[in-house]
Structures are given as C-alpha cells and as structure tokens.
Design a protein around this ligand. Structure first.
Ligand code: FES
Ligand SMILES: [Fe+2]
Length: 390
C-alpha cells in the first residue's frame, strides 16, 4: 500500500472510530452518558463531514428580520461557505441571493445597509433588489449575452417568528414544519416585534459544537456567570419537559427569581401571564441557532465553523417594544443592556475557549454528564443521526 493510500485509510478510520464512539454514546440513557470524546472537537476530517452533512443541509439563521425593516435594507452573511445577501423586497417579503456577481464572480455587497440597486464593484454590472440584472456596460458586442436571462442565484429563505433562516438544500422541509413543536412555546413572546439593539460578529477560538453545548446547558450558570446572571437562576429547580425530545431543536425554560432586574416582563407587557412573566425560553435550533428569549429582551448566537478551533459567531440582541417605549432614556437603556449582554458573552468566551484548549491536550478525556446537561446528550444524538446520513 502506497503512502497516500495509507494516510487516506488512517483518516477514514479516525473519523470512523469517532462516528462509532458518537453512535455508542448516543445510544446510552442520559444517566450513563458522557460528554463527546475530545477528538470530536479537534478532528478536521469530522469537520469536513459536518460541513457536508449538516451545514449544507440544514436551516441556518442569519438574524432577525426586524434588522432589515425597509425596502432595500440588506445584510450580508455567509452560510456553509456561501456568501449571501438577504434583502427586504418592495412587497415586504425577504429574499436571499448568492452575494456573487454573475459576470466574473466578484462578491457584491458587504456588511449591512440599504440600496436601490446592487452595483458590482468590479465592472459595474447592476442588479435590481430582486436579483435581476438591469445593467451591464460594454456588453453590446457580446452576442451570446442576454441581459434578461441573468439574475443572481437565489438562496432559499424563510422568515419564521421573526428569524431569517437560509438553506442551500432545495429539498429540506419548510422551517415551520421542522419547528412545529417549538411554535406554541415561543409564539406568546412576540419576538417578531422586538426592536434590534445590537448585531455583530466575533471569531472565537473554540470548536462550534463546544459553543453550542455551552449555550444549551444551565449547569454552568451559577459558576461561570456568577458576576452577571448566575444568581438569578436557581438551577436546582430546572424542569425538563416530559416526552420525546424533538429531532430539530431542544430548549429549556428558566424562571428567574422575583428580584431579577433583567429578564422579566414590563408592566406594559400584556402578552404574558403568571409565571411566564419571569420565564425565559432558551431554544437551540440544531445545528447552530440558539437564543435566550425573555419577556423583555432576546439575544441570540448563530454559528458558522471556520476551522476546528475557530467559530464565527453572529451575535445579536433586541428589546421588547414596550420596554423602550416606557423608558425616559431609551438610548441609555439600550447601551446598558448591550454592555450587560457583552459581559455575559465575555464570560462564556473564557470557558468555551478553555474547553477547546483542554480538548486539544494529550491527557483530555470526556467525563460523565449531569442531569442538568440533558440537552447536550440530545445534541450528541442529533449529530449521530446527521453524520450517518449518506
Ligand atoms: S465581476 Fe461583477 S461586473 Fe465583473
Ligand atoms: Fe453561558
């Protein structure tokens, strides 16, 4: 056997062993389960498989539709390696296109903004906001060129309860179908009416799955977040919903103590009643969209792996409209909430970068899970299912 064939075989068997380990773990009841093995977070071969079998085949969230409220508002992003632009159309719908020119493939727009047409910065081919090519200078001698036949490649895009989801998979069922069981849980909050106050991107030095797992479990809240939100979450009171977990998402409810300053309903909130007024829901929509939806604010993360040890984090926050309407100084209030949530994120960054360094070390091994890490085990099961799909 030649050298390269040997290497390929080793690569295949390394992922094969990992898949086998993840499968075995997924088959265990939570009481006997462990965290995933360290190699799950450090294997470039496994990441290649995750890109192919998960990120190219799932709905991926790029943020809140309220971030692009007016006709021509757009935001640029990248999903599964594909640059995309999401654009508010004249009729109020939201469309998405490949952010790639149909001439010599220049990327077109950057960041977030508003435009009446999209002009390529390379040779000025010009597109309408619905993606049709409407101008192409000096193409009159190109006999095979037909302007009317050219438009930006469209990308599947759906808005579901305020969130913009995109996918590169033409056959994936609609978001509303896969999240049907989540709908009644989030609907009462009315997140589609929340007002965006922050949106930014970070690259953190961790594996994307470690950040997903960190978000899902409440076990770390009183420890990692003791200086911010930790004291408001009595984690020993965590209740998990009975019944079969859903294959597309998981979630937890957290009811805050009555003295919490953030995360409870404003007196002008007439949508929520009783204990729900101080209860937040934290859904994780697999693989990589997670949010903390509280009666007065929401913040979210949506992830895109860059490499095994780097993840691009889309982060955003929004506030319930009645909170801002009742404030004498909404701009200061927004700044306070932004700063507060930045501190919570900084606390998470320390631990998720720490567990990646730990998982990369020679003596790393995975320990048993707590009953408070039930979602992590559901995530292991999700991964086992997706990674086995041909
Ligand atoms: S690449 Fe866009 S106009 Fe040439
Ligand atoms: Fe956290």
């Amino acid at each position: 056997m030649g050298y390269s064939a040997t290497v390929v075989k080793q690569v295949e068997s390394s992922v094969g062993q990992l898949l086998h380990d993840i499968d075995s773990l997924a088959a265990l009841p939570l009481e006997q389960a462990s965290a995933m093995p360290p190699g799950s977070y450090t294997s470039p071969e496994l990441l290649a498989l995750e890109r192919e079998r998960i990120f190219r085949r799932q709905w991926l969230c790029v943020g809140l539709a309220a971030s692009i409220p007016a006709t021509g508002d757009y935001l640029c992003d990248e999903i599964a390696g594909q640059p995309v632009v999401v654009m508010r159309q004249a009729g109020g719908t939201v469309s998405a296109f490949a952010n790639v020119c149909r001439h010599r493939m220049m990327t077109l727009l950057t960041g977030q903004g508003n435009c009446r047409r999209i002009v390529c910065p390379y040779h000025a081919w010009t597109y309408a906001t619905d993606g049709r090519l409407i101008g192409a200078p000096h193409m009159d001698r190109s006999t095979a060129f037909a302007r009317g036949e050219v438009s930006l490649a469209s990308v599947r895009c759906e808005v579901w309860h305020g969130w913009i989801y995109l996918t590169l998979d033409p056959d994936l069922p609609p978001v509303a179908e896969s999240l049907a069981r989540l709908e009644p849980l989030v609907e009462p909050y009315g997140v589609e009416h929340y007002v965006p106050i922050d949106r930014k991107e970070h690259v953190w030095r961790t594996n994307w799955k470690q950040l997903t797992e960190n978000f899902m479990e409440g076990y770390h809240l009183p420890v990692t977040h003791r200086a911010t939100v930790g004291a408001w979450f009595p984690v020993h009171e965590t209740r998990f919903e009975p019944g079969e977990p859903d294959p597309a998402f998981t979630y937890q409810f957290f009811t805050k103590s009555a003295d919490a300053r953030v995360g409870v309903a404003h007196p002008d909130n007439h949508r929520l009643e009783g204990e729900a007024r101080r209860t937040a829901i934290l859904p994780t929509v697999f693989p990589s969209h997670m949010y903390a939806l509280a009666p007065d604010h929401v913040w979210y993360l949506s992830l895109e792996p860059v490499s095994v040890g780097e993840v691009r984090v889309r982060y955003g926050a929004a506030m319930a409209p009645e909170v801002l309407a009742a404030s004498a100084d909404p701009e200061t209030l927004k700044a306070e909430i932004r700063d507060f949530l930045d501190r919570v994120n900084d606390e998470d960054r320390v631990v998720v970068e720490g567990i990646f360094r730990g998982a990369s070390s020679p003596l790393a091994s995975a320990g048993r899970l707590s009953w408070l890490e039930r979602e992590n085990h559901e995530f292991t099961r999700y991964l086992a299912n997706q990674l086995r799909r041909a």
